[in-house]
Design a protein around this ligand. Structure first.
Ligand code: SF4
Length: 402
């Protein structure tokens, strides 16, 4: 994931006067010493960037800036470099101390608003002196949910701040990223295996299949769409092996037997877990299946309502496969649509659907909520691959790619 292109990372700029705790905030968020911290004002000179994977958002780059009120000899250069950061950040955090917002912060906020950059306010050092109600109210006029912090003392604000970051992420990070554009190049061929069975809607393909075909065409790659029994002849007719085969998870077994081992193979669900959620978190979460006690509670979350059929994936197939795989008596609850319990602690595992009808923000929030409560979370594609002993093959392509 370190190889995630910069353009696909959420850039979070940290702004504020000198010595209000900007670097300490980044260290709290990244859990390491990225910036140099000193009680002497103006320690941070050039913007310092730190790229990392941050649950629940994914790949981010923090940009730690110099204080814009720097009046030292080098101050003007620092100010210019800091202002350049405004034009390349997607979300901004203005850190102030217990003095609240003055002209300086208001001017900074207005510069950020000119470029329509969502802005979060953090009021640090309240352990030294509380902020007055009047000053706090003034900040709220600009940023409705300022966060009070004592960053030198503790990191309690990190979960709240992360939630605000998820809510503030620009839509293009949530909606518009390509599903497979970082993997295919112009002219590549990708084979899509789409069973036409009882679950297939009459007269059309399901949404993930349609979205992937469109995404491939947008990336000038070719999509070859086949049923399972057409796959062998489709592969035989190709002069060169396809760049990738993507299959419906439910026929992964059969497809895996046909696709030669040197040809990358994955499932729609795993592609969408990567696209809309956090594949690494889902793969990590599924490991809990090795440790489930008898009577374990599993929550299945489906992002849309659909008419359950006789051999429904969530209500029949996954419970059956899990009981076979674990040998345990398991209890399943279901939530549908935007319903998702606040308290997940009674569950040993949450299994999320592919989420083709929801957005990345919602799935990331759910992953984060589960991680905050130490509850494992995974998704359909990863569970099915795990149950059928094909998980390694279905994620190998992305391990090699990252
Ligand atoms: S949103 Fe979830 S439940 Fe609805 S069709 Fe997509 S994968 Fe299935």
């Amino acid at each position: 994931m370190q190889a995630t292109p910069k353009s696909l990372r959420l850039h979070i700029g940290i702004f504020g006067r000198t010595n209000v705790g900007k670097s300490t905030l980044i260290n709290a968020l990244t859990n390491q010493h990225v910036a140099i911290i000193s009680s002497q004002a103006g320690t941070t000179t050039d913007p310092v960037e730190k790229s990392m994977e941050m649950l629940p958002i994914g790949p981010v780059t923090f940009i730690d800036t110099a204080g814009l009120d720097d009046t030292t000899e080098l101050g003007q250069q620092r100010v210019e470099k800091t202002l350049q950061v405004i034009s390349r950040c997607d979300v901004a955090i203005i850190v102030c101390d217990n003095r609240g917002w003055g002209q300086y912060e208001v001017a900074l906020f207005e510069r950020l608003q000119e470029q329509k950059i969502p802005t979060i306010a953090v009021v640090n050092k309240i352990d030294i002196k509380a902020i007055s109600q009047k000053n706090f109210a003034k900040i709220k006029d600009y940023c409705p949910e300022p966060i009070l912090a004592s960053l030198e003392q503790n990191r309690d604000i990190v979960p709240v701040l992360k939630e605000q970051l998820v809510r503030s992420m620009p839509e293009e990070f949530v909606l518009n990223q390509s599903i497979i554009g970082d993997f295919v190049s112009e002219g590549d061929t990708v084979v899509l295996v789409t069973p036409i069975d009882k679950e297939a809607p009459k007269g059309r393909l399901i949404l993930p299949q349609v979205q992937l075909i469109r995404d491939l065409l947008d990336n000038n790659a070719k999509a070859v769409v086949v049923k399972v029994d057409q796959l062998q002849s489709a592969l035989d007719n190709m002069k060169e092996p396809p760049k990738l085969v993507v299959t419906d998870s439910q026929v992964f077994d059969a497809v895996s037997n046909i696709v030669p081992s040197h040809v990358p193979l994955t499932s729609f669900s795993i592609l969408f877990a990567r696209h809309k959620g956090d594949l690494a978190a889902f793969v990590n979460g599924v490991q809990v299946l090795n440790l489930l006690p008898n009577g374990a509670n599993i929550l299945i979350a489906e992002s849309c309502t659909h008419h359950a059929i006789d051999d429904d994936i969530a209500r029949v197939k996954i419970p059956k496969w899990l009981k076979e795989k674990t040998g345990k008596d398991l209890h399943f609850d279901y939530v549908v649509g935007h319903d998702f319990p606040k308290d997940l602690k009674r569950y040993n595992l949450v299994i999320h659907c592919g989420g083709c009808m929801t957005n990345k923000r919602e799935i990331l929030s759910r992953i984060y909520r589960a991680s905050q409560q130490n509850v494992a979370i995974t998704n359909y594609g990863v569970v099915i691959a795990f149950c059928k002993n094909i998980l390694d093959r279905s994620i190998e392509v992305f391990n090699k790619h990252s």
